[in-house]
Design a protein around this ligand. Structure first.
Ligand code: SF4
Length: 546
């Protein structure tokens, strides 16, 4: 290796990509799998080139050798708890509603910021209802984060979101500046008023606890109201993905029966076809029967979500081209640049792909800043649906009613993935976030274009199918790399899925959505737990930060 480097020309010596021998050590340490070792040195070297970080070859060799050691046995994935939503045994009709599903709150992660904040806000509300004599004894509020919340929570700002809820802020209405303030001044102390009692809380009361253990869910946390060592109120909670929360002893809320009960896409499509209507209209009827809301009320919520999605793309595009996102990666935003350059492209098709990518980057970068996020289905994937919504409404100037119906059809796809698989990266990797988002977006686009129900299903299926197996490995625990670009790919794949589905002979599409959702669940179950939002593997391991 040394000899070959000495014989390189000056040009090659200054061009790290001119000779890939620089990137690969030929001396494979004893006892280390050669293929794995070479891969790791190559990736480590490439990462060094990309980041401009000049890690010495010896250093890369040591890192690669350390990380390429064959494991005696791959750690098994955490078991899926039978009594949580993710359990595949749940066979009843889908009862999720749009106001539960599309949630607005602070980024960057629905499971690590919106979920924990909803949890602590829920606990805060419970605590306020305790009898006055109990509250009079209270001395302390404490939150303990476990599993993936502890492993990657710091990168997501989980402690700030948890504290924000604990002091009585609601996720959908919290001012992002409050969270930015906690980041800039972490020593702030806030009085929490519980009855006549006031308890001071700060970030010190949010404890990053055990990352591994026998947890009921990978995103487990406990919240306690203490009187000295005695717990006046204590609750174990789970942030189960997409901003949904559950707790020990949780039972789903009672709801009215849906007008058109379905538990599979096959059943949903049958309702649409039998009634000679669309999936979007079936979903509207179900929303109305489950919640008792009027059509206008359902669409009022959908409009709020649509408007928030348009707003997040607009604000992301409006950020300066050289903006640097928070966190150690020092990632420069690129949405504005990609958009500007796409508009200059002389080929129309490339302008379209560039613009769609830029819209997704814009919304996702907003998520990275901890600003407004709409879970569709999660914070990490929050660039995908807004990209298509913005493209259809603001660029193609489509009829808003068609986009509304598309939002309902997209929600149906998300519900089915939640019902039979998972929306949580901590359980299923990135396929459960970006994969589901892309499938939802494909259903949105197909519906907005008046596609028949089978084409809507085929488009969603195709988008999900081509994300199966995608792992979650955020670098340094921040929802930035690979997440932000991944949103752009999810958006473009959604459009591609619609393009294929609307141009093929629909009845010849070989795989149906229910089969692909089952594959999503199975892949989630068998995926190595290191690739489930732990930042212990994949890019999180190979990318060198300096
Ligand atoms: S890698 Fe995917 S699943 Fe993981 S945090 Fe990023 S967007 Fe979410």
């Amino acid at each position: 290796m040394k000899e070959s480097r000495l014989t390189m020309s000056n040009k090659e010596a200054h061009d790290p990509l001119a000779d890939t021998r620089q990137l690969i050590s030929e001396e494979v340490p004893r006892g280390v799998d050669r293929r794995s070792f070479l891969m790791r040195t190559a990736v480590g070297g490439a990462a060094a080139v990309m980041t401009g970080c000049t890690a010495a070859p010896e250093e890369r060799t040591a890192t690669a050798a350390a990380t390429a050691k064959p494991e005696a046995a791959a750690p098994s994935a955490p078991p899926l708890a039978e009594d949580l939503y993710v359990a595949m045994k749940s066979k009843g009709p889908v009862l999720t509603t749009v106001d539960e599903f599309y949630k607005v709150g602070p980024g960057p992660s629905s499971s690590h910021t919106i979920g924990p904040m909803r949890i602590t806000y829920d606990f805060y509300q419970r605590a306020t209802k305790l009898p006055a004599d109990q509250l009079a004894k209270a001395t302390k509020l404490q939150v303990n984060l476990f599993g993936s919340l502890s492993a990657t929570g710091k990168g997501h700002g989980t402690e700030r979101a948890a504290l924000a809820g604990l002091v009585g802020n609601e996720p959908a209405t919290v001012d992002p500046k409050f969270l930015d303030g906690l980041r800039d001044k972490p020593d702030q102390v806030f009085p929490v008023k519980l009855g006549n009692k006031s308890i001071d809380v700060s970030l010190k009361d949010i404890v990053y606890d055990a990352t591994k253990g026998d947890f009921k869910h990978p995103n487990t946390m406990t919240v306690k109201l203490l009187a000295g060592n005695e717990a006046l109120l204590e609750q174990e909670y789970y942030s189960v993905g997409g901003g949904f929360i559950e707790w020990k002893g949780y039972t789903p809320p009672k709801k009215n029966a849906p007008k058109y009960p379905f538990a599979t896409m096959k059943e949903l499509r049958n309702h649409a076809d039998t009634n000679k209507t669309t999936i979007g209209k079936i979903m509207l009827a179900n929303e109305m029967s489950i919640t008792g809301k009027s059509e206008a009320e359902v669409y009022a919520w959908v409009d709020k979500v649509i408007n928030a999605m348009v707003a997040t793309v607009k604000s992301g595009l409006a950020m300066p081209e050289d903006d640097v996102l928070p966190g150690p990666i020092k990632l420069h935003s690129k949405a504005a640049t990609v958009y500007k350059r796409a508009m200059d492209d002389k080929f129309e098709a490339e302008r379209g792909i560039g613009a769609l990518s830029a819209f997704a980057l814009a919304a996702s970068e907003e998520n990275g800043r901890g600003h407004l996020v709409i879970t569709a289905p999660t914070g990490g994937s929050a660039g995908v649906m807004p990209s298509l919504v913005y493209g259809l409404l603001e660029v193609r100037k489509m009829d808003r009613q068609k986009v509304r119906e598309g939002m309902l059809a997209a929600a149906a796809v998300g519900y089915l993935c939640k019902h039979h698989a998972t929306l949580s990266a901590a359980e299923g990797g990135c396929q459960a976030e970006i994969g589901v988002a892309s499938a939802m977006a494909a259903a949105l686009v197909a519906t907005a274009h008046d596609a028949p129900s089978l084409v809507v299903e085929n488009a969603a299926e195709s988008a999900l199918e081509h994300h199966l197996g995608m792992t979650c490995d955020p670098v340094a625990g921040y929802v930035q790399v690979p997440c932000i670009e991944r949103c752009a790919f999810g958006a473009v794949k959604a459009w591609t899925a619609y393009a294929i589905a609307s141009n093929e002979i629909a009845s010849r599409h070989r795989v149906n959505l229910d089969e692909t959702v089952a594959a999503l669940a199975q892949t989630a179950k068998e995926m190595n737990s290191k690739y489930k939002e732990t930042s212990e593997a994949g890019l999180a391991l190979s990318v060198v930060l300096c």
